[in-house]
Write a protein that binds this ligand. Structure first.
Ligand code: HEC
Ligand code: HEC
Length: 206
């Protein structure tokens, strides 16, 4: 019998599943990226009917002034020529919210190799790696770890915007603005969005 040196095909299936969905145990929940690529890209890449284009930071910044929660509500209910649920009623509210977070962050939040073209000086990714990982990498003092979506999931019930607010005001052992009063609200929003998106797809950096 020939000895099999190839990668176990099951682990490939696992990897594919992991990159498509937020968490292998929650395989039914699609990631923001997967939803955007399958559904939202149809209009939001070309800018069809005036849809804000993915990666067009000024256009999204304008929409994002309503707040992520409101944007998600509008994407779910539909607004003007934006169809409810992007025209896919099967998408859950959670999946829609993730897709919105992914688009608002210019799709870069989920790709650690590309910097997020933020109008502010520091990106969510830089901020997280420079400042938040001290606690959120190992889970110091009970901080939800960056690679532990199960720990983030119950917290996400207050919505991304709720998490942003509690990271601004402070939350138990989590210091207000991570102890850096000079960070703006949008710096914190970028960092929290990055943390939450990463918690699903996190791979340790080499
Ligand atoms: C059939 C085309 C189409 C598809 C598919 C589509 N959109 Fe849109 N979307 C639009 C258009 C057009 C607008 C601009 C609406 C306006 O503000 O007038 C828009 C606007 C939005 C906005 C901004 C809403 C606001 O309040 O400013 C969000 C958020 C959004 N889309 C999310 C999504 C998500 C998430 C998906 C995929 C699940 C999606 N869209 C799929 C056409 C589309
Ligand atoms: C000194 C350690 C420490 C640093 C630095 C830190 N955190 Fe935290 N963080 C925590 C702890 C501990 C918790 C858990 C608090 C709780 O809910 O009991 C937490 C919780 C959170 C939560 C969840 C809050 C909620 O409402 O459930 C968010 C969001 C968060 N941190 C974001 C950040 C961001 C963004 C940064 C970097 C800009 C950061 N943290 C830096 C310790 C830290």
């Amino acid at each position: 019998m020939i000895k099999q040196q190839v990668v176990n095909p099951l682990s490939l299936v696992f990897l594919a599943t992991f990159s498509l969905f937020f968490s292998p145990v929650q395989a039914a929940d699609k990631t923001g990226q997967a939803v955007v690529e399958a559904v939202c890209a149809n209009c939001h890449v070309s800018g069809k009917d005036g849809a804000p284009r993915i990666g067009d930071v000024p256009a999204w910044t304008e929409h994002a002034k309503k707040g992520l929660v409101k944007l998600a509500e509008n994407a779910i209910a539909g607004i003007n020529k934006m169809p409810a649920h992007g025209g896919q009623p099967s998408l859950s509210d959670l999946e829609m919210s993730r897709a919105v977070a992914y688009m608002v962050s210019a799709g870069k939040a989920a790709d650690p190799k590309k910097p997020y073209a933020s109008p502010t000086s520091i990106t969510g990714e830089q901020l997280v790696h420079e400042r938040c990982m001290t606690c959120h990498e190992e889970g110091k003092e009970g901080a939800p770890r960056i690679d532990d979506f199960a720990a983030w999931k119950p917290r996400l019930q207050k919505g991304v915007e709720g998490l942003v607010q509690s990271s601004i005001t402070g939350h138990n052992a989590m210091p207000s603005r991570a102890g850096m009063a000079n960070l703006s609200d949008s710096d914190m929003r970028n960092a929290v969005t990055y943390l939450v998106v990463q918690s699903a797809t996190y791979k340790p950096q080499k």
